[in-house]
Ligand binder design. Structure first.
Ligand SMILES: Cc1cc2nc3c(=O)[nH]c(=O)nc-3n(C[C@H](O)[C@H](O)[C@H](O)COP(=O)(O)OP(=O)(O)OC[C@H]3O[C@@H](n4cnc5c(N)ncnc54)[C@H](O)[C@@H]3O)c2cc1C
Length: 453
C-alpha cells in the first residue's frame, strides 16, 4: 500500500517538549502538525486564577543546571522576563530526637541535598555534629567502580544516614517526585555523577559544581508565572507556521501515522511528546503507572506570613508526619507575585505526599499541613481558597522510561519530553531542541521520497 506523506512531522502532545519541537521545525520551514488532547497546550505548565492573579498550577521554576530555558527564550525571542527567586532561600523540616519538628534553612552549597562542606554551620544545624563528622569522611573514602547504586544507597554509604534522611531524601521527593531509593544520581544530575566519578568523591564534585551562593539560585522563574513560557512559545510556533490542534487526542501512532478521532495524519516522522503512561498506551506497552503528583494552591491571609517564616518554602524529611511533603511560599519566592497580591494575602503551594492529597483539599487539611511545615499557627479560617490539582502522568519511573524507549525505537517512533529526557525543563527543552535539529537535518519529503511503503 502506498501512503501519501502529507506532513513532515506529526507531534503528539503539546507540553513544553512538543511546543519546542513544533517551533523549531516550523521555523526551519518544515510542515509540522502538533496534536494536543486538552483544550489548552502547555501540559504541566498551566495557569489558574487565584487571589486575583494567574498562578502556576504545575511547574513554577526551572533549574539553571543547563542554559536550555534561557537559550530557548533568547532564540525564539519570547517576550518573557526570566527572574531570580528572592534571596530568602528554602528550609527543611525534620524531626529531632526529642520528637519535636525543627526547621532550618537548606545548606547554601549543596546539590541534590549533598553538601559541598559537611562541616559548614548550616549543614551541622540540620544533621548534627556526629552526622557532620561522619559525612566529612566522604572525601577520603575509596570510590567504588561497581554498578551505580540507588541515590539513597549512594548517599548513605558515602555521607551517612543523616544526610540521606534530612537532606537527600526530602530534596529528591520534593523536586523529582520520587524516593531516593528508586532513582540514580546519573539520571537526576548526570553532570554531578560524572564529576563525582572523575574526582572519586561526591563532596569534591559538589564543591566544584555547586554555585558559590545560596541553594535557591539553582532555579529561576518567569515574571508572571512559568505558564507564560508555554503560552508564548505556543504563539511563536503559530507565527512561524506550525499547525497546532488542541482538543485533538491521538488514539494510535505508528512511525508514519497518527490516528485522531475520525482522521488519520500521515508524516515522514512521528514524535510522541506525551507523558510516560500516555506514550506507553500509544506504543501498546504495559507499564505500571506512577502515582499522580498532587498539588494544592492555597490563598492564605495571616499576619505571621508577612514575615516569610520559612523563606521561599520548606521541604519535609520523611519522619515529619504531614500530608504535604513540601510547601512553597510563592510570594516570598517571587517578587512579581508579592507585587501582584493584595496586602496581607499570601499564596502557598503544597505538594501532597503520595496517596494523601485527599487530606489537603479543604481549608482545615491545608491549615494543618501549613502549621506542621512552617510552625506558624494558622487556622482553617485563614485559608481562604484551596485549589487541588492532580497530575496523573507526571512521573517517568526508570522502568517506564526503559520500556517506552525500547518500544518507540523498535517501531521507529521518536520520543520527546520527560520520558525521554528526564524530569524538568532544564532537561526536556535541550533534548527537544536536539531532536528537532536531528529531524531538520534529514531531507524533507520534497527533497527525498514523497512516498513511504
Ligand atoms: C506539580 C509539578 C511541579 C513541577 N515543578 C517543576 C519545576 O519547578 N521545574 C521543572 O523544571 N519541572 C517541574 N515539573 C516537571 C515539568 O513540568 C515537566 O518535566 C515538563 O513540563 C514536562 O513537559 P513535557 O512536554 O514532557 O510533558 P507534559 O507537560 O506532560 O505534556 C504532555 C502533553 O501531552 C498531552 N497528551 C497526552 N496524551 C495525549 C494524546 N494521546 N494525544 C494528544 N496529546 C496527549 C498532554 O495533554 C500534555 O499536554 C513539575 C511538574 C509538576 C506536575
Amino acid at each position: 500500500m502506498t501512503v501519501d506523506v502529507t506532513h513532515d512531522v506529526v507531534i503528539v502532545g503539546g507540553g513544553i517538549a512538543g511546543l519546542t519541537i513544533a517551533w523549531e521545525l516550523a521555523r526551519a520551514g518544515r510542515d509540522v502538525v502538533l496534536v494536543e488532547a486538552s483544550e489548552d497546550a502547555g501540559g504541566m505548565l498551566r495557569r489558574g486564577a487565584v487571589a486575583g492573579l494567574d498562578a502556576d498550577l504545575g511547574a513554577e521554576s526551572f533549574a539553571t543546571r543547563t542554559t536550555g530555558v534561557a537559550d530557548l527564550v533568547a532564540d525564539a525571542r519570547l517576550p518573557v522576563q526570566l527572574v531570580e527567586p528572592a534571596p530568602a532561600g528554602a528550609h527543611v523540616a525534620f524531626r529531632r530526637r526529642s520528637g519535636r519538628v525543627d526547621r532550618a534553612p537548606l545548606p547554601r552549597r549543596a546539590l541534590v541535598g549533598m553538601p559541598a562542606d559537611p562541616t559548614a554551620a548550616d549543614v551541622v544545624r540540620i544533621i548534627g555534629r556526629a552526622g557532620a563528622r561522619r559525612a566529612a569522611r566522604e572525601r577520603s573514602m575509596p570510590w567504588s567502580s561497581g554498578p551505580e547504586p540507588t541515590l539513597a544507597e549512594l548517599a548513605t554509604s558515602r555521607y551517612g544516614a543523616r544526610v540521606t534522611a534530612r537532606l537527600v531524601e526530602p530534596l529528591c521527593r520534593s523536586v523529582y517526585s520520587q524516593g531516593a531509593d528508586s532513582v540514580r544520581l546519573s539520571a537526576l544530575h548526570p553532570v554531578l555523577w560524572e564529576r563525582a566519578e572523575a574526582l572519586g568523591s561526591l563532596t569534591a564534585a559538589v564543591d566544584a559544581l555547586a554555585p558559590a551562593v545560596r541553594a535557591g539560585s539553582a532555579v529561576r522563574g518567569v515574571e508572571g508565572g512559568l505558564w507564560r513560557l508555554a503560552a508564548e512559545l505556543h504563539a511563536a510556533a503559530l507565527r512561524v507556521g506550525a499547525d497546532i490542534r488542541t482538543g485533538a487526542p491521538a488514539r494510535a501512532a505508528t512511525a508514519t501515522t497518527v490516528e485522531l478521532d475520525g482522521e488519520t495524519l500521515s508524516a515522514r516522522a512521528v514524535v510522541l511528546a506525551t507523558g510516560p503512561t500516555a506514550a506507553a498506551g500509544l506504543l501498546h506497552v504495559e507499564v505500571a503507572p506512577a502515582p499522580p503528583v498532587g498539588l494544592i494552591v492555597a490563598e492564605v491571609v495571616a499576619d505571621a506570613f508577612d514575615a516569610f517564616p520559612v523563606g521561599s518554602g520548606v521541604i519535609a524529611a520523611p519522619d515529619v508526619d504531614s500530608a504535604a511533603k513540601a510547601l512553597t511560599h510563592v510570594d516570598a519566592k517571587w517578587e512579581w507575585a508579592a507585587a501582584a497580591l493584595p496586602a496581607g494575602t499570601h499564596l502557598v503551594r503544597l505538594s501532597a505526599q503520595e496517596g494523601r492529597q485527599g487530606e489537603l483539599t479543604d481549608a482545615a487539611g491545608a491549615a494543618t499541613a501549613i502549621r506542621t511545615l512552617t510552625g506558624v499557627r494558622i487556622s482553617p479560617a485563614d485559608v481562604r481558597r484551596v485549589i487541588p490539582i492532580a497530575w496523573p502522568d507526571a512521573v517517568a519511573t526508570p522502568s517506564a522510561r526503559a520500556a517506552v524507549t525500547e518500544a518507540a525505537a523498535t517501531r521507529g517512533i521518536r520520543l520527546a519530553g520527560a520520558v525521554a529526557a528526564g524530569t524538568g525543563l532544564a532537561s526536556v527543552i535541550p533534548h527537544a531542541r536536539a531532536l528537532a535539529a536531528a529531524l531538520t537535518s534529514s531531507p524533507t519529503p520534497s527533497e527525498g521520497a514523497r512516498h513511504v511503503r
